[in-house]
Design a protein around this ligand. Structure first.
Ligand code: IPM
Ligand code: MG
Length: 359
């Protein structure tokens, strides 16, 4: 089979980590006999520098015509002072919206061999840590109107609108239930229904949708409590479904308790069309270009791509196995380094994982 990939390296460490993911992708192609045709396009700050905007039309057209999109990271101090309308992040939010990628899957799993890198007490992680955050990605405060800044009573005010329609809630709830069904059958919906109207509707719709999924055990938790429970007793969670902003925050928290935010992949999916695969971490400008970044989150995003876009479970398993094997041999990038580990850079880590791919 031939697959057309739209590759968007972006900014900061983006190009380095994406290069390693593409190396692994190519190796999987060789071993399993697939062709991955990768076309690289601009997004984020790199696109602003070259074209004046964070999401060139040409990038969007290429993404829409592809079978899957692989993205690195966007943003950096260089563009922080820019007009809000042309910030690098607008490129990422724009492509999510334009491709209709409302469901963002963020699996936070603690690799056994990384238990030492985990920042929680051993007795807390003893029961393992394997949480899937299903984050709504194209609604809520990120996109709600009205938004902006104006002068009221002689001073500046700024505002955003956290808004969800019933259909937006229902379609992400469905993804939550379906994801839970394939795992342990437990779904926790996270909201702030004790305060926010938007969360009250969220909860009502999720409860209503639960009637279509009687085999899934549904619970609800307020977001402040969920943030606490994630560090206090993370093994109580299996699948968490939540709105955009809460999901952004909780997925960083879930990621770091697995050892490093540099380990967490993600898949962003819509109702059809290409999915987008990216690490959940950012562009890490402080270490960009130094061959220090951890490429594993991006490499594991390729595994998610095999599963969710291409229906290639054996290839996905081969990538995950290769990552576990290389970690098992003691190789570590700086972010997951612990005593006794063998410190390697970004490109060496990619080379090792590619070398460990087997059918
Ligand atoms: C993420 C990031 C993005 C987000 C930023 C870069 C716009 O933090 O993917 O979690 O807030 O969604
Ligand atoms: Mg985030």
């Amino acid at each position: 089979m031939k697959y057309r990939m739209c590759v968007l390296p972006g900014d900061g460490i983006g190009p380095e980590i994406v290069a390693q993911a593409v190396r692994v992708l190519d190796r999987v192609g060789e071993v399993f006999g697939h062709g991955f045709e990768c076309a690289t396009h601009l997004i984020g700050g790199a696109a602003i520098d070259a074209t004046g905007g964070p999401l060139p039309e040409e990038t969007l057209v290429a993404a829409k015509a592809s079978d899957a999109v692989l993205l690195g990271a966007v943003g950096g101090p260089k563009w922080d002072a820019m007009d809000k309308a042309v910030r690098p992040e607008k490129g990422l939010l724009g492509i999510r919206k334009e491709l209709g990628l409302f469901a963002n899957l963020r699996p936070a799993r603690l690799f056994d061999v990384l238990k030492n890198a985990c920042c929680l007490r051993p007795d807390i992680v003893g029961q393992g840590l394997d949480v899937m955050v299903v984050r709504e990605l194209t609604g809520g405060a990120y996109f709600g109107q009205p938004r902006g800044e104006e002068v009221r009573d002689g001073e500046r005010v700024a505002f955003n609108t956290m808004i969800y329609s019933e259909s937006e809630i229902r379609r992400i709830a469905k993804v939550g239930f379906e994801t839970a069904r394939k795992r342990s059958g437990k779904l926790c919906s996270v909201d702030k229904a004790n305060v926010l109207d938007v969360s009250q509707l969220w909860r009502e719709v999720v409860i209503d949708e639960a009637r279509n999924h009687p085999d899934v055990e549904l619970s609800h938790m307020y977001v402040d409590n969920a943030a606490m429970q994630l560090v206090r007793a993370p093994s109580q969670f299996d699948v968490i479904v939540t709105e955009n902003l809460f999901g952004d925050i909780l997925s960083d928290e879930a990621a770091v308790i697995t050892g490093s935010i540099g380990m967490l992949p993600s898949a962003s999916l819509g109702a059809g069309g290409p999915g987008l695969y990216e690490p959940i971490h950012g562009s890490a400008p402080d270490i960009a270009g130094k061959d220090l970044a951890n490429p594993l989150a991006t490499i594991l995003s390729v595994a998610m791509m095999f599963t969710h876009s291409f229906g290639l479970p054996a290839e996905a398993a081969a990538v995950e196995r290769a990552v576990a094997e290389v970690l098992g041999q003691g190789y570590r990038t700086g972010d997951i380094m612990s005593p006794g580990g063998a410190l390697v850079g970004c490109s060496r880590m990619g080379e090792l994982v590619a070398g460990a791919i087997r059918a």
